[in-house]
Ligand binder design. Structure first.
Ligand code: FEO
Length: 170
């Protein structure tokens, strides 16, 4: 059995990760509609990763005999006008997700739940990588995205991102 608060927060996290997948699918659709298949691909892959994150939290609750409570997934509500808008919103969203995970970690630490703390270590590292990737994308877009040739090359680069399943197995 896990602590009630920890279980509650992980259930919220499942919903937030599914929302992240929705959000990134929305970004992928936006870029597809602009003819930027590489940016679209990048976010399609990101959406798959977010679904994986949700499933890992879900599995963790199952494995610990805790009830999984699935909630309504909100409609993505981010206005996208400029090409850089999703990139900036993506970074802000990842920072928000990092805060959520830190809050779960804090709750686990308060009740000496070392198992959950160890489980969350992978996500804490993953968040670091996701924030770095988001920063890099914004920097590249600011440097090259305003020039059509630069944008074309950047889009081609992002076509190369391929999905790999998570390294965490539970
Ligand atoms: Fe699942 Fe992008 O955090």
């Amino acid at each position: 059995m896990l602590d009630k608060k920890v279980t509650e927060l992980i259930n919220v996290q499942i919903n937030k990760e599914f929302y992240s997948a929705y959000l990134y699918l929305n970004f992928a659709n936006f870029y597809k509609s602009k003819g930027l298949d590489g940016f679209s691909n990048w976010y399609m892959v990101q959406a798959q990763e977010e679904k994986d994150h949700a499933m890992l939290y879900l599995k963790y609750l199952q494995n610990n005999n805790e009830e999984v409570i699935l909630d309504v997934v909100e409609k993505p509500a981010i206005s996208m006008e400029k090409l850089i808008d999703p990139l900036k919103a993506g970074l802000a969203h990842e920072e928000y997700v990092t805060d959520l995970i830190n809050t779960i970690y804090d709750a686990a630490q308060n009740v000496k739940d070392f198992r959950t703390m160890q489980f969350l270590d992978w996500f804490i590292k993953e968040q670091g990588e996701e924030e770095t990737n988001s920063h890099e994308l914004i920097t590249k877009m600011e440097l090259f995205g305003t020039d059509p040739k630069g944008l074309y090359m950047l889009d081609n680069e992002l076509k190369g991102r391929v999905y790999t399943p998570p390294s965490l197995i539970i």
